[in-house]
Design a protein around this ligand. Structure first.
Ligand SMILES: C[S@@+](CC[C@H](N)C(=O)[O-])C[C@H]1O[C@@H](n2cnc3c(N)ncnc32)[C@H](O)[C@@H]1O
Length: 171
């Protein structure tokens, strides 16, 4: 891969979120441990962030992406991609994944629908990455769901105007 992550967050045309080494390491450290952890990035775009994350993980993790069009993905292996019929459509793989990632999702409604239809007992975390100014539109979707314990990561390697929030079930 031609992208070398830096200590400071850096933009790449293939990812909405600025990427840094600390950001990738923080994401990796958030993932649960287990023999077969399935991570699903919903709206993965080119898959750059997901591919860099996957490079940090051992083979007990399976990082997959979901997209609308097969033409968008550039970095994730073909077998790690799922496709849906349109922006309104949901991917049933979510019902088997332990972690969902949403990076710069386009609208809260998609997450709400995933939570209504595909939340399941083994889903332990949802990781939201995006602009701080967008979070207010998403917070209510999580706080009214089973995964209502919300943690905003501090010093997480994101750009000053971006943030990472982790949604988990209440203990
Ligand atoms: C703003 S882009 C973010 C892409 C990528 N996560 C990034 O940060 O660069 C939102 C992406 O969500 C995808 N998308 C929209 N609706 C979707 C759906 N129902 N299922 C999967 N992907 C969807 C779009 O095709 C688009 O690539």
């Amino acid at each position: 891969m031609s992208f070398a992550s830096s200590v400071e967050p850096k933009h790449h045309p293939d990812c909405c979120m600025a990427i840094s080494q600390p950001l990738l390491h923080n994401l990796a450290n958030l993932l649960p441990h287990g023999p077969a952890i399935s991570v699903l990035s919903i709206g993965s775009g080119t898959g750059l962030l997901e591919s860099l994350l996957s490079d940090l993980l051992d083979n007990s993790y399976d990082v997959c992406g979901v997209e609308v069009s097969p033409n968008v993905n550039k970095y994730l292996p073909e077998q790690n991609m799922f496709f849906v019929g349109g922006t309104w459509d949901l991917c049933s793989q979510a019902g088997r994944s332990h972690v969902w990632i949403f990076t710069y999702p386009r609208e809260p409604k998609l997450i709400k629908q995933y939570l209504e239809l595909h939340d399941h007992v083994n889903l332990s975390k949802i990781i939201w990455l995006g602009p701080k100014m967008d979070w207010q539109d998403y917070e209510g979707v999580f706080s009214s769901s089973r995964l209502s314990r919300l943690t905003t990561l501090k010093d997480c390697g994101a750009a000053a105007y971006e943030m990472i929030v982790v949604a988990e079930p209440e203990p």
